[in-house]
Design a binder for this molecule. Structure first.
Ligand SMILES: Nc1nc2c(ncn2[C@@H]2O[C@H](COP(=O)(O)OP(=O)(O)O)[C@@H](O)[C@H]2O)c(=O)[nH]1
Ligand SMILES: *[C@@H]1O[C@H](CO)[C@@H](O)[C@H](O)[C@H]1NC(C)=O
Ligand SMILES: *[C@@H]1O[C@H](CO)[C@@H](O)[C@H](O)[C@H]1NC(C)=O
Ligand SMILES: *[C@@H]1O[C@H](CO)[C@@H](O)[C@H](O)[C@H]1NC(C)=O
Ligand SMILES: [Mg+2]
Length: 445
């Protein structure tokens, strides 16, 4: 087969020495720039709030998500919280969103790597987030707040009785906790909990709150009922999007620009192993997301099929919308033929025997597989982002049914201006009857 004559190495392990020095150089330079920029943005926002400080008190909104949820659903919950903060700021105090440190995620299991208390700045551009809504890292919150106390934790839950009369109604009420509380009272009467691995953090009070509705139904509750300086919403995924795929959704989504060093590593990989550059592929990216408005269909993408093949918990349940590896390989070959592409880039969480089988089935696939040293720097989250970034730039993309990892790639491609036909595609189960393809969500500017 023609694939066997490809010049692409079976496994692309970048030259460690070069990679490390390149990586460190960028990290240092950009970390410095980011810090400067962040301080600028931040002091500007502070100055603004000082001038009207009599009317607007500074208040902090913190949040966390159900522990088993992964990286990409958490990115979705961020959008809901950003929307709530915008609502809170419209009338009332000077609310700031505190970014929950990354860590202890079920999928981030690479051994011997520090994977907790990771600031958002390692994965996302803080200046870009700041241009949408005021945000700060948790450690800055500790410093500014002058201590380790969170005034009030509200553990969100559904209503024990479900929807009364089968009627949907938006509401929030203090209620007894339904599940066992993951916070325990200490000798001083304060609450200890996970708090992203910050063992010294304590909450003064923890209450359960049944809530059903959009994120902004919490605004009056936070403005009137809980007046502490810092309020944390735990299980924040309980709240729905204010307006899914509306303008505000997309503003926040567009502001979630990946950290520059991760984009550069992805770009470097594209150039080296996939013959893909922004100029040729019409995927020019504007560092300032507020000025980025690619014409739909303008992006061409690099000469490869991008694949996100989700395994692990997606196959353990024997779901019928997820293909076998054989089924996936067959589909990939047919897509390469159809689109006249000789290269395939595969992002997957497959491991062990599954990964070996995949390599047997697709010996010429290109993968981003960092060395152990690089993995220590990038961590599992950074590698996931680089995989997503490379899939984002493919001429044609196919993902896995209802995977939020694939959904985030769809959005990133939408931002770059790809024709939706090349983006909203998913694998079908080997014997899936009705294989509905993903929904196209058009950007609202
Ligand atoms: N590097 C990498 N990690 C992946 C890939 N697919 C899944 N993962 C990991 O598994 C997690 C999947 O969980 P999540 O983000 O919740 O997405 P979902 O479960 O597919 O909806 C990701 O966050 C990654 O840590 C992949 O293609 N590449
Ligand atoms: C908030 O306060 C109002 C007025 O006191 C009360 O009616 C409402 O039930 C409270 N809501 C919550 C969620 O505590
Ligand atoms: C904790 O919050 C609940 C609900 O608002 C309130 O009734 C209670 O008095 C608070 N406890 C303390 C110690 O402040
Ligand atoms: C890379 O792509 C360009 C045009 O897109 C082509 O001319 C060139 O031959 C390709 N290089 C390799 C090594 O495939
Ligand atoms: Mg998940």
């Amino acid at each position: 087969m023609a694939y066997n004559t490809m010049h692409v190495p079976v496994i692309c392990v970048a030259s460690t020495h070069l990679f490390i020095s390149f990586f460190l150089f960028i990290v240092v330079v950009f970390a410095a720039i980011e810090t400067l920029k962040c301080e600028d943005v931040f002091s500007a926002s502070r100055t603004a709030s000082v001038s009207i400080s009599a009317a607007r008190d500074l208040r902090y909104l913190l949040y966390d998500v159900n522990p088993p949820e992964g990286f990409n659903l958490r990115r979705d919950v961020y959008i809901r919280m950003a929307s709530l903060v915008k609502t809170l700021r419209k009338d009332g105090d000077d609310w700031v969103l505190v970014l929950p440190p990354w860590g202890r995620l079920y999928h981030w299991q690479s051994p011997d790597i520090h994977q907790i208390r990771i600031p958002w700045g390692e994965f996302f551009s803080l200046t870009s987030l700041q241009a949408n809504v005021p945000v700060i890292e948790y450690e800055d919150f500790i410093a500014e707040n002058g201590g380790l106390f969170i005034d009030q934790v509200l553990v969100l839950q559904n209503y024990a009785e479900g929807w009364t009369d089968g009627k949907w109604e938006e509401k929030a009420d203090e209620r007894p906790c339904i599940e066992k509380l993951l916070y325990t009272k200490d000798k001083q009467g304060n609450y200890r909990g996970w708090f992203w691995g910050y063992e010294e953090t304590r909450a003064r009070n923890v209450t359960c709150l049944s809530a059903q509705g959009h994120a902004s139904i919490m605004a009056p509750v936070l403005q009137k009922n809980f007046t502490g300086n810092s309020v944390m919403l735990d299980r924040a995924e309980t709240l729905l999007h204010d307006h899914y795929a509306g303008k505000d959704y997309w503003d926040t989504r567009r502001s979630m620009v990946f950290a520059k060093h991760l984009r550069l590593i992805g770009d470097d990989f594209r150039a080296k192993y996939l013959n893909s550059t922004d100029d040729r592929d019409h995927t020019l990216y504007n560092e300032d997301w507020t000025r980025m408005q690619a014409k739909p269909g303008s992006a061409k993408g690099g000469p490869y099929v991008g694949v996100h093949l989700r395994r692990k918990d997606f196959i353990w349940g024997h779901r019928d919308d997820v293909p076998t590896l054989k089924g996936a390989a067959k589909k990939i070959r047919s897509l390469m033929k159809k689109h006249k592409l000789q290269t395939v880039f595969v992002a997957t969480d497959a491991e062990g025997e599954e990964l070996r089988e995949l390599k047997r089935l697709l010996p010429d696939m290109v993968r981003f597989e960092p060395s152990k040293e690089d993995l220590e720097l990038l961590r599992d989250g950074g590698v996931a982002i680089i995989d997503q970034w490379i899939c984002t730039h493919a001429r044609f993309f196919i993902g896995t049914s209802v995977s939020t990892f694939s959904f985030r790639i769809h959005e990133e491609r939408e931002i770059l201006g790809f024709d939706p036909k090349t983006t909203y595609n998913r694998f079908c189960g080997d014997s899936e009857k009705q294989c509905e393809q993903p929904t196209h969500w058009k950007i609202v500017y």
